[in-house]
Design a protein around this ligand. Sequence first.
Ligand SMILES: [Zn+2]
Length: 323
Amino acid sequence: MASSRCHLPGVLAAAVVAGGIASAVRAAEPPALVASIVPLHALAAAVMEGVARPHLLVPPGASPHTFQLKPSEARKLQEADVVVWVGEALETFLDKPLRTLAGRATVVRVGELPGVETLPPREGGVWAEHGHAHGHGKDKGKGADRDREIDGHLWLDPMNGKAIVLGIAELLARKDPARAELYRANAAREATRIEALHAELEARLAPVVNRPFVVFHDAYQYFERRYGLAAAGSITVSPDRPPSAKRLAALRKTIRERGAVCVFAEPQFEAPIVASVAEGTGARTARLDPVGTPPIEPGPAAYRRILDQLGRDLVTCLAGPTG
Ligand SMILES: [Zn+2]
């Protein structure tokens, strides 16, 4: 992927000087934006359409929970003007590099943008014991950090996606005033598309709202709340640690008692455990993808494709025969 950060050739630079301030503003480079995961990259790419393409760190098919930053990516962070991520609860791998490498960049935690609603990690029973807030181990858990702990999968509420698009547009408009109207127009168009998708998802999911299901890891709280879905629990406490035998036994009991229709694996994790959890319970197994996996390609449409596919995969499994 070609970098959008080229330097003005000498001839053009001279022309800019000769042409005065208006030309200089028009010719300024757009901000170099780095985004952590496919859905956030997509929202930024939609805002920057026709201007430049943001750089993506975690490729499709990888999980932000287990990702390791490549040394070659360090330069991207050093050159960044804007870095967009959720925070250390989700992209643990970025915590330290952001502090040491991205010194000159504006770092955006999308949960702090205006209009984005965050939820605390789910606790208790067959949900995670303390969310799956990686990087928030007991040894590191200062009181203030605990209070700020959020469930990081906030992009899975399309209303948050819309707020993120509008928030990124305002930030870019401040950094690059010459293109402010373009960023705002792009964001308005993407927001309208997200609203249309939301209406479609509402209609599509309505018939399965009372069908209980179990997920691989607790990633879907925002989506479930938005559409009133009946999630009954998650298999893992944390996607990078296998669940205990005790937890699996409790989960099988829940599946039987609540009549869970489906147990969902995820493409980012090898999970033979999903089949063994479902075995003998009457529940079907299928897959859900919270973050973007091939054939979904990074780009401006990827956010909507992820949500659309999530809706389809849920309905396909949950709408089937029960018992
Ligand atoms: Zn997750």
